[in-house]
Design a protein around this ligand. Structure first.
Ligand SMILES: [Zn+2]
Length: 302
């Protein structure tokens, strides 16, 4: 058994761990439920440690990466804030290192996913790209000159909480009208609930859409249109070669990306005279954040 690295992705609904080889091949995966914001910060640390041990067992991995849904400070030491996690300005990197005895790196989940796509996925060899991860909320990352851009405080790419609608729907982050209120798994459930008069969860809406159900298709068209409109604003700002869309909600493929492409082309200036970037699915799948965290543990945060 050669050298291996472990990555743990901490999201709003689950904690997903992977073990990868030195070349980045996934050797094992494990999932634990996310204890929930009310369970408190220590319970989430427990889930991270348990999920990691599920994949490394008696092996001694060379490093552990933690991918977390929210704001991670520029040094990679502290998790500052996330609407779906209970950590608040918490020294997560050191805490997980102390509990596992492993070298640990910590980064934002979308940055981890972007790193995985850069090393082995949809943006391998691409110089400039935007990555939009649609799960419970929206994660984002910016790749310029072949590198993930972090910003002055490590907080670049928080696309989900750009204001899309002034005085719009209340967001878990405390603001109103955030983009992710209109384009996310939560938004998918809300739009479907309004149309049907009863609650279906994201996977149920996805299954219905894939079976051709008109209400479910309309729900995906709604959040897809919001995806395209928001992407147009980001394309205007960054002029990327490609926009990569990942996360659980993107599993329906063109049922989401088709409406998004139309809305993107319709909300961008001068489309007769410019290249409209391709909107493409992520390649790394739902494990992207965890795999990227493991690769960051291997390569170091840059
Ligand atoms: Zn928000």
């Amino acid at each position: 058994m050669g050298v291996s690295y472990v990555g743990v992705d901490v999201g709003g609904t689950k904690v997903l761990a992977v073990r990868v080889s030195a070349t980045g091949a996934v050797e094992a995966t494990a999932t634990r439920p996310m204890p929930g914001v009310a369970a408190g910060p220590a319970a989430v640390e427990d889930a991270v440690v348990l999920a990691a041990r599920d994949v490394y067992g008696d092996l001694a991995p060379a490093g552990l990466g933690v991918s977390a849904a929210g704001l991670v400070d520029a040094t990679g030491e502290r998790f500052l804030f996330g609407a779906h996690l209970p950590w608040r300005d918490a020294p997560v990197r050191q805490a997980i290192a102390d509990r596992t005895g492993l070298p640990v790196v910590l980064d934002n989940d979308a940055n981890c996913a972007a790193y995985a796509e850069l090393v082995a996925g949809a943006v391998r060899g691409v110089r400039s790209a935007l990555l939009i991860t649609i799960g419970t909320g929206i994660g984002g990352a910016v790749v310029i000159d072949g590198r993930v851009i972090r910003g002055a405080h490590g907080l670049a790419g928080e696309f989900g909480h750009m204001q899309a609608v002034p005085d719009g729907l209340a967001c878990e982050c405390g603001l109103r009208g955030c983009w992710e209120q209109y384009c996310s798994g939560r938004a998918l459930e809300r739009v479907t609930r309004v149309a049907l008069g009863r609650h279906l969860d994201g996977p149920e809406v996805t299954a219905l859409a894939l079976a051709g159900d008109q209400v479910a298709l309309h729900s995906f068209a709604s959040i897809g249109t919001w995806l395209g409109v928001g992407s147009a604003a980001l394309v205007s700002a960054f002029d990327p070669e490609v926009v990569v869309v990942g996360g659980g909600v993107s599993a329906v493929g063109d049922l989401l990306l088709g409406p998004a492409r139309r809305a993107l082309a319709g909300a961008l200036q001068g489309t007769a005279y410019r290249a409209v970037p391709e909107l493409v699915p992520a390649r790394m799948g739902p494990e992207a954040g965890a795999v990227g965290a493991a690769l960051l543990a291997r390569d170091g945060r840059s």
